[in-house]
Design a protein around this ligand. Structure first.
Ligand SMILES: O=C(O)CCC(=O)C(=O)O
Ligand SMILES: [Fe+2]
Length: 315
């Protein structure tokens, strides 16, 4: 099984003259990928590789700053949004049964004008992250429209619950990830760059640097690699969306492996985690009662707490 590559050209960012037939065809291709695999590569979305490279370059400058500078932007220190900010290496375990993930991250979770942003040595950090957040938002809204059409639903069904992306009552986050070089001598048993998990919200957009490592669990129960493909964006279904669609769109478990022994390269990725508005009630879109309705924020907070509470590590 492979992750399909779908050409998004007819609906790329900036295009307004797409026909109903073109949208219908595209929605069917997207539906097939999200039903069979839960992941799809989209090409010709309007987001260029150059844009992605620029966000990664600025992010890398931030990650190279001294630890105490980064600490002053720690996640949890921004009263308007508890998810915004820097997360240090080994702080999270996306698979709580493994030791902390060997990654650092910066979450752009609020676009509020009042907060302090890294500036020394990374003058354009805020502008670059915020502009990319807004580009990802536009693409996500297009994907959410197609996802509704693919299921034969009103095109606004998912969009109506994503009206407030970029405000402080919607938890959508652009996360810039940095995977530092790995020294095999200091790696803990069973430690990974990012442990097995499925994402929490509605959909996620992922952009990766050239180094490999991302793997997706297929429905047949085997891990398949999901390499970076230049100029594409990898889009995946997250758990709330699986619930919302009564398990028609599937959220696949994925992870990021360590590099091969002796390979000291770093790795970067950008993940845009799309969340429904805090107060949106998520109930099965087919009208069934397969899952009870849940308030988006309640669901999300319960999932966040899992990756920050350390449980028993694997033996
Ligand atoms: O770094 C990657 O390629 C993916 C990371 C990921 O799956 C996540 O942070 O949820
Ligand atoms: Fe993920």
């Amino acid at each position: 099984m492979e992750i399909p590559i779908v050409d998004f050209n007819v609906f790329e960012l900036g295009k307004t003259n797409v026909s109903a037939d073109e949208l219908d065809d595209l929605s069917k291709e997207v539906k097939r990928a999200f039903t069979d695999v839960g992941f799809v590569y989209l090409k010709n979305t309007g987001i260029s590789q150059e844009e992605v490279d620029n966000v990664m370059a600025v992010s890398k400058k931030f990650f190279s700053l001294p630890e105490d500078v980064k600490k002053s932007f720690s996640r949890g220190s921004f009263p308007c949004n508890e998810n915004h900010g820097w997360v240090s290496v080994e702080t999270e375990s996306l698979n709580p049964r493994r030791p902390g993930d060997l990654k650092e991250a910066f979450n752009t979770s609020t676009l509020s004008a009042d907060i302090k942003w890294p500036s020394e040595g990374v003058a354009d950090f805020r502008d670059v992250q915020v502009s990319f957040f807004l580009r990802c938002k536009e693409l996500s809204l297009r994907v959410l429209r197609l996802m509704a059409l693919g299921l034969g639903l009103e095109s606004e069904v998912f969009l109506d619950a994503h009206k407030l992306i970029g405000s402080d009552v919607n938890r959508t986050t652009l996360r810039s990830l940095f995977y530092p070089p790995v020294k095999s001598t200091s790696v803990k048993e069973n430690q990974l760059r990012c442990g097995e998990h499925s994402d929490y919200g509605s959909i996620t957009l992922v952009f990766q640097s050239r180094e490999g490592g991302l793997q997706v669990l297929s429905r047949a129960g085997e891990y398949i690699s999901a390499p970076s493909i230049c100029g594409t964006v990898l889009v995946n279904i997250a758990d709330m969306m699986q619930r919302w669609t009564s398990d028609i769109y599937v959220s696949a478990v994925h992870r990021v492996l360590l590099p091969p022994a002796g390979d000291s390269s770093t790795r970067q990725s950008l993940a845009f985690f799309v969340q429904p508005d805090d107060d949106a009630m998520i109930s099965c879109c087919d009208g069934s009662d397969k899952y009870p309705p849940v308030r988006s924020l309640d669901y999300l907070l319960s999932r966040f707490s899992e990756s920050y509470i350390k449980k028993t590590h694997l033996a």
